[in-house]
Design a protein around this ligand. Structure first.
Ligand SMILES: [Zn+2]
Length: 153
């Protein structure tokens, strides 16, 4: 008998026609299945949205936020993990994030990009107080104002 094969339900799946036995997939709600990498990306995107609505602005328009997040991940090809790190990092360092569009500036900020590289190298937890150097932080704020980013975040 032919084995039952399932497709990935993730709407941004990179292999939407791929069919596999259910046991090779991650099970979602009901009879939905996802590739492991798709389930991970979907989870990270949900965590980004949740972090933003919980910590930055609970009155944000979710559709607008999701649209910006999708644009960054699927058009600009920034990994979901990187966007989650950047958002968390900037928020925890006291920079104000005015709207979802600020995320475009956050991902292209050199200081934040370097912090993400360091994070990947050390695989340190996202919240690591011991790695924060006061002098660097001051420099960051100073540079931001100097380049006119002051109110953008
Ligand atoms: Zn998939």
């Amino acid at each position: 008998m032919a084995e039952k094969l399932v497709k990935c339900r993730y709407c941004h799946c990179k292999h939407p026609e791929d069919r596999r036995p259910p046991e090779e997939m991650i099970r979602g709600n009901g009879f939905t299945y996802y590739h492991a990498e798709c389930a991970k990306e979907r989870d990270l995107i949900n965590r980004i949205v949740e972090y933003y609505t919980t910590n930055v602005d609970d009155r944000v328009t979710i559709a607008q936020l999701r649209s910006v997040v999708n644009n960054i991940i699927f058009k600009k090809k920034v990994p979901a993990e990187e966007l989650l790190f950047d958002l968390t990092y900037v928020h925890q360092h006291g920079s104000k994030i005015n709207s979802p569009y600020s995320l475009h500036y956050i991902i292209s900020n050199k200081k934040v990009q370097n912090e993400y590289k360091k994070y990947l190298e050390t695989k340190a937890p996202i919240i690591d107080i011991s790695s924060i150097e006061t002098s660097e932080e001051t420099q960051f704020v100073y540079n931001k104002k100097k380049t006119g980013f002051g109110d953008i975040f």
